[in-house]
Design a binder for this molecule. Structure first.
Ligand code: TYD
Length: 134
């Protein structure tokens, strides 16, 4: 199983403004089936608080900053995202939560599957049990 990791994206510096991009199966290790974004998060709110049994993601802070807190069934890992030229790759079967959103932050999330509620594990104890079983 792949590990969570920060992936640096191409950054084309330009006096007219910088440019970054993501190519599926090149900069990120999957094909993109879905893109969604989280925005207008009120101060102090959290998003996520679940795992996916068989879904990978890549999260970029396109604007502002926030923390992504992961749990692999044994230990917690915390990543602070605050630039639009890198992102966090999250493999399947990771508990993940987004918190500490700055004002006007924008979280872009690329996923390798279409939305399906069946893909979610929303109970942490169930997640730990499944994760450590296999
Ligand atoms: P959810 O993934 O639970 O939000 P978060 O984990 O960020 O707190 O999604 C919230 C609601 O939005 C849920 O009812 C399902 C719906 N939803 C979609 O319809 N399509 C999507 O791609 C996503 C991510 C969520």
């Amino acid at each position: 199983m792949l590990n969570p990791e920060i992936i640096q994206l191409p950054k084309i510096l330009d006096d007219r403004g910088n440019l970054s991009f993501i190519e599926e199966s090149n900069h990120i290790p999957f094909k993109i089936e879905r893109t969604y974004w989280i925005y207008d998060v009120p101060g102090g709110e959290r998003r996520g608080g679940h795992a996916y049994s068989d879904l990978q993601e890549f999260i970029v802070a396109l604007s502002g900053s926030f923390d992504v807190v992961l749990h692999d069934g044994t230990k917690e890992l915390r990543f602070h995202l605050n630039r639009s030229y890198y992102g966090l790759y999250i493999p399947k079967m990771m508990w993940r939560e987004l918190e500490n959103f700055s004002t006007n932050s924008l979280a872009l999330i690329l996923a390798d599957k279409k939305y399906s509620e069946e893909a979610y594990i929303r109970n942490f104890d169930e997640f730990v049990q499944k994760r450590n079983a296999g």
